[in-house]
Every structure is written in structure tokens, then in C-alpha cells.
Design a protein around this ligand. Structure first.
Ligand code: CA
Length: 233
């Protein structure tokens, strides 16, 4: 979030207490929030073309329910949508995703869980500006804007998570990123202690990128601290 404009989130929730708790959590996390207590207000706010990045959409709403709002949102370029529902039924989840929602969260949920989902959806609807453009080390060229990697001129195919990890390292080439920071940025806040994820994905990147994966020069382990792209800056 640091180098981006603050994301703007519309919270559509008729339960006043929950609306306040959610907006409080979002505000503390640095997001700009707007609130709608029922479907008519929400519908108007969405039609007024406010530049929302994400809509947190309760399903059970007076006047116009969340399903109708989801349908209304389908025909234009719309913000990311996370449906929040008290019902928590698998059929509701499938219906929400079928209607174009990006994610579904059953009540009750924790603030951490909500923030993690928001980060994940934001990454999809609004990829960050990738300022440095192209980062090169040896035969490996990482084009951050085009999301493309080549090795000696040949395209290297990466999974979405492999790409996110490599891009995070390349964007900070020469700087050691500690385990927690990488896990939080690539996987999400709830993964801060899952170092095995990092080890696994660092190794997968090495196999694809390094001349000698056992002696990496691109995805470099820095003692017990973390990882670094290339030599220190
Ligand atoms: Ca409700």
C-alpha cells in the first residue's frame, strides 16, 4: 500500500454495529471508506461513479438486497466485490461468485481475515504501478510492467505466486527483504510465519532462473534474515 494512492472501499451493510466495526478496521489499515446502510443508497453511490476499488457487500439488506446490487454491477466496469453474508451456505458462495463477486466471506469474520481478503482482491483489480520497469541480472530479465521474465532471451513461465515473489524481490533488487515482509506482501498478513512457503517458492524460482540452483545468484538467501535479488546494492 505504501506507494499507492489509498484504496477506496464502499461498505454496504445494514447492521450499524458491524458497519462501524468494519469501517474502523479499514480506516486504521489506511483505506478510505464510504458507508451505505441499505441497497438504495449503495445503488446510488455506485451509479454516481465514485471511484471505488472494492465494495464489501452484505446480502441481506433492506429495499434492494445484495444479489440485486451484484446484478446491477455486472454491466459496467466495476470495482472488486467481496460478498459478506451471515448465511454462510455453499450455495450462496457459488451464486455470489457466479454473479461476478471476487470473493465471499461468511460472518462472523475477523478484521485480519477481512484485510487479507481485501489485499488479495486489490492485487487483482488494481495491480500496483511497477515503477522500476525492467530489472536485469546476468541472463535473466524481469519486465515488471509487462509481467514477463526471460532467461537468455527465452520466456520463463511462472505461476502467479512465483511471479509475485520474483516481482517483489526484483522491485527491491539488491535489498534484503526479511521473511515476514515477503510472506505478508506476497501471500498475505496471515502467512507471516509460513517460512516453508518461501523456501519452496524460492527454490522453484531458482530451478527456473539460476545457472546453478545450488549456488543462487538471483534469488539469494541472506543468512537467517531473508532473501535478496542479485548482489547487494
Ligand atoms: Ca444484513
Amino acid at each position: 500500500m505504501t506507494d499507492e494512492r489509498r484504496a477506496h472501499i464502499l461498505v454496504v451493510e445494514d447492521d450499524t454495529a458491524l458497519r462501524e466495526v468494519v469501517s474502523g478496521a479499514l480506516t486504521s489499515a489506511g483505506y478510505e471508506t464510504s458507508l451505505a446502510a441499505h441497497g438504495i443508497t449503495a445503488s446510488q453511490m455506485l451509479q454516481d461513479d465514485k471511484a471505488f476499488d472494492i465494495v464489501l457487500l452484505d446480502i441481506g439488506l433492506p429495499f434492494i438486497d445484495g444479489w440485486h446490487l451484484l446484478e446491477q454491477m455486472q454491466d459496467r466496469s466495476r470495482p472488486g466485490v467481496i460478498v459478506i453474508s451471515a448465511r454462510g451456505e455453499e450455495s450462496d458462495k457459488i451464486r455470489a461468485l457466479d454473479l461476478g463477486a471476487d470473493d465471499y466471506l461468511a460472518k462472523p469474520f475477523s478484521a485480519d481475515e477481512l484485510l487479507a481478503r481485501i489485499r488479495a482482491v486489490l492485487r487483482r483489480v488494481r495491480p500496483p504501478d511497477e515503477a522500476p520497469g525492467v530489472v536485469v541480472h546476468g541472463a535473466v530479465r524481469v519486465d515488471l510492467a509487462a509481467r514477463a521474465v526471460t532467461r537468455a532471451g527465452t520466456e520463463v513461465r511462472l505461476s502467479p505466486t512465483e511471479w509475485l515473489l520474483l516481482a517483489e524481490l526484483a522491485r527491491n533488487a539488491g535489498v534484503t527483504l526479511d521473511h515476514r515482509a515477503l510472506l505478508q506482501r506476497v501471500w498475505g498478513p496471515q502467512y507471516a510465519d509460513e517460512r516453508n512457503y518461501l523456501r519452496t517458492f524460492a527454490q522453484r524460482l531458482r530451478v527456473k532462473l539460476e545457472d546453478d540452483p545450488a549456488h543462487p545468484e538471483i534469488v539469494v538467501t541472506v543468512g537467517r534474515q531473508g532473501y535478496r535479488f542479485g548482489p547487494p546494492r
